[in-house]
Design a protein around this ligand. Sequence first.
Ligand SMILES: *Cc1c(COP(=O)(O)O)cnc(C)c1O
Length: 369
Amino acid sequence: MSVIDSALVQIKRLHPYSPGKPVEELEREFGISNAIKLASNENPLGCSPMVHEVLAGASEHIELYPDANAFYLKQRLAQKLGIAENQITIGNGSNDVLDLVARSFLDSTGEAIYSQYAFMVYAMVTQACGAQAKVAEAFSPGSAQSYGHDLDAMLALIGDRTRLIFIANPNNPTGTWLESDALKSFIEQVPDHIAIVIDEAYFEYVDMEQYPDSMQWLDRHPNLIVTRTFSKIYGIAGLRIGYSVSSAELCDLFNRVRQPFNGNSLALAAARCALDDVAFVDQSRRSNQQGLQLMQGWFGQRGIDYIPSAGNFLTVRFGDNSTQIYQALLERGVIVRPVANYNMPDFLRISVGSKPQLDKMFAILEDIL
Ligand SMILES: *Cc1c(COP(=O)(O)O)cnc(C)c1O
């Protein structure tokens, strides 16, 4: 017997999360410079310049523990979102909140439901808790919302052991989204004792008329948990900060599970400041819309299929050559994201870069293809 034998089976069966390749690593491996990363849905415009200023000040007292209750950040969020401070749970990235929620609801006697092609972290946290995953088939390729969540299929999986449902709106890596009427009707049909997570990591990017702000349903549905992040449009992924909004009662539970200092002092200060720079967020959203249009146009003109996206990335079908194309792009200094781990080996997910980044990517891709 070794100590590894004593570790939990569900932990040993986990596959480590495979992140996008860091730029430095690629440049080191291939001896190149000026590589661009379009692999992790980061903001190509960086973050608000105000954040950099605030960070300099905040770094003066890093000998002190952060505010475990994130008083000022919660105050700003509450004002901005029209909710109460005691409904907010802070996470070390919203992935941390997803983990807190899973640990609050799931053990080996429970089941979680999510969609095929849904964000990988739902599977990871479900399995880490030793719970059973019920995976609903997504809409099939060729249908109106190919690869998107099929809410009826998800409803059909609800059983006596269901404790938690994960929904990504929009979803990563497919970019698919759910409209207000459909999602509302789904929430109304889920029994009140089952928790529903609506993961809105890309909320601020979405510009679709029928796209809902799920927080409006919190009052009527105390089983709802809405998660958002500062990693995407706010551009501070490296600081790791995200949050959920739920009923105060659920929030109280999550705060018992939560590590007391999971939001570090630099992240708390940066997030508070990032919320205030509305102009930067607007600029990022516009730049993303232009980039997405460019990408959809470019691939469309060449007859290359993609999944229409509401996020800051486009998942493109390159077919059997995806791996070679991924490698060829790498060698020329462009990092994109394979999604074979999502059972989508024909696709590559490409984050919407800045105009210069996209021009570079198009030129290199033209050459490769
Ligand atoms: C990026 C992403 C997150 C957020 O990750 P953080 O931990 O906040 O950096 C959550 N959900 C989805 C679907 C994502 O794509």
